[in-house]
Design a protein around this ligand. Structure first.
Ligand SMILES: [Zn+2]
Length: 271
């Protein structure tokens, strides 16, 4: 599932090819992709509008339009975006296409089809869920984390996945953050020491920033990967490495399930 660094990669790589473009028409191939309008309403609303900005909040992307309306995109499990020439054949699972006046297309590809687009007119209440998000990882402070985490008996992993506490962290980076902080993902929030909270305060934004930089690729490479260049799993210390030796101590990493989510950690390094 794309998390903050992957979603940010899509935004930064595609922004120069999207911002300033006028939508000449839209096609929706999977009806349920559009979450809050009928397909016909969506197509009518976006036609002729110019994209003025492309922003991210947590794992949500927003395409701002010149009318003051905006579209929100959430990739869920398998969504991504590419920009292609209109005459380039569509790959499978291209569920939504915006054709620009310059002949290019912004294509939304989502093999499992769980992702959503919303359209909000100026002044309309945003029901995408992004209004409920906690702060961005770059904005968390020691005092904020102390207040949010230490009053809860929930596992740290589950707290890090809670988008209302910190926006943008998913299964991969929750495990990576716990490893860097040398804290077991099963530890209850209320048991975290001030030293551990300080480590989390520094590590949460650092891990996100590091993986944003790792994932960033030139536009051509991104398009060749069909918008999935970020799926390379290099540089992950624990996620997906169950049974492999810990990079720090060599002990085999162990797997467990926390709140229905698979988790990998080092029993030796993480306390
Ligand atoms: Zn270890």
């Amino acid at each position: 599932m794309p998390e903050l660094p992957e979603v940010e990669t899509v935004r930064t790589v595609l922004s120069p090819y999207i911002v300033g473009q006028t939508i000449s028409h839209a096609v929706v191939n999977l009806t349920k992709t559009v979450a809050n309008l009928s397909v016909n309403q969506f197509i009518q609303q976006v036609k002729g509008q110019t994209i003025t900005n492309f922003t991210r909040r947590g794992k949500f992307l927003t395409l701002h339009l010149d009318s003051g309306a905006y579209m929100v995109v959430h990739f869920r499990m398998t969504g991504t975006l590419t920009v292609e020439n209109a005459d380039t054949p569509s790959q499978k699972h291209t569920n939504l296409i915006l054709t620009f006046a310059n002949g290019k297309q912004l294509r939304y590809i989502d093999s499992r089809g769980f992702g959503h687009w919303w359209y909000f007119a100026p002044g309309q209440t945003d029901t995408s869920g992004q209004q409920l998000l906690g702060p961005e990882p770059q904005q968390v402070t020691f005092d904020y984390l102390k207040k949010q985490l230490t009053r809860r008996q929930t596992a740290l992993k589950t707290l890090l996945l809670n988008q209302q506490i910190v926006a943008g962290i998913g299964n991969i980076y929750a495990d990576e953050i716990c490893f860097r902080c040398q804290i077991r993902p099963t530890r209850r929030g209320a048991t975290l020491s001030e030293t551990e909270l300080q480590r989390l305060t520094e590590t949460i934004p650092a891990v996100m920033q590091e993986f944003i930089q790792i994932h960033h690729v030139p536009f051509v490479v991104f398009i060749q990967s069909k918008g999935l260049s970020y799926q390379k799993d290099t540089n992950r210390a624990v996620y997906g490495r169950k049974g492999q030796p810990c990079q720090k101590c060599g002990h085999p990493l162990v797997g467990t399930r926390i709140g229905q989510r698979s988790s990998v950690y080092c029993e030796h390094c993480q306390k």
